[in-house]
Design a protein around this ligand. Structure first.
Ligand code: FE2
Ligand code: FE2
Length: 221
């Protein structure tokens, strides 16, 4: 099968390179692409929230100061705003309009995992941000594949999702790197593994539908 332009081939490798504790089937991508306008509206809000999250974290560096923190958050916010602009352009080209409000029970449930208290809280916020980036990256890889060879074939969309997957993968790595600057790696490992398990549980509870973080039980083989 030819691979869509702009996608990191390792992300499509059958040997799973992502640490996610559950994986999304291609049927989820094909089903989500059957309603591209709803999918793009949901997607636009995710990019907006990702930009807001980075802007919010920008002034929450741990302790007195962490070199590189503000620069990292500025870079993520800029990337997410660019993604948002691109999604809105695609939405408009397809004849859709942005809605005024949006719900994301997946992200809300993840945010409930954040512990209170200085160091724990900021580490957990970084981990939740990393999890959302990681799952989004996985979903964009699936969508890139589904748009490349499925019934809703769309080379531009496939290439766009492929590029987004690479960008979100970079953000995922950045959030983890920042967490590892705050606390020793050994003390973070158990918490990160717990968070990965919780993410899979929360994802399994999501209803299906044309949304980036929807569930997939309805499409299970
Ligand atoms: Fe993004
Ligand atoms: Fe991102």
């Amino acid at each position: 099968m030819p691979q869509p332009a702009g996608i990191d081939p390792s992300l499509l490798d059958p040997i799973d390179p992502l640490p996610l504790r559950s994986r999304t089937p291609i049927e989820w991508g094909r089903s989500a692409l059957a309603d591209p306008i709803s999918l793009l509206i949901d997607h636009a809000f995710l990019e907006k929230k990702a930009a807001n999250n980075a802007m919010e974290l920008m002034t929450h560096w741990p302790g007195d100061w962490l070199p590189g923190w503000v620069d990292a958050m500025t870079a993520v916010a800029r990337d997410e705003a660019a993604h948002l602009a691109h999604v809105v352009r695609l939405l408009s080209r397809k004849g859709g309009k942005l809605a005024r409000t949006h719900k994301n029970p997946y992200a809300n449930a993840l945010r409930l995992l954040v512990r209170k208290g200085d160091a724990n809280q900021i580490v957990d916020r970084l981990f939740v941000s990393a999890l959302i980036e990681l799952r989004s990256c996985e979903r964009f890889a699936i969508l890139a594949r589904a748009a490349a060879d499925g019934p809703a074939q769309d080379a531009d969309l496939s290439s766009f999702y492929g590029a987004l997957c690479s960008s979100e993968m970079g953000h995922y790595k950045l959030f983890l790197k920042l967490a590892r600057k705050i606390a020793p790696r050994a003390s973070l490992e158990a918490r990160w593994l717990d968070m990965l398990e919780s993410e899979a549980r929360i994802m399994a509870e999501q209803p299906p539908g044309p949304r980036i973080h929807s569930g997939w039980n309805a499409y299970a083989r």
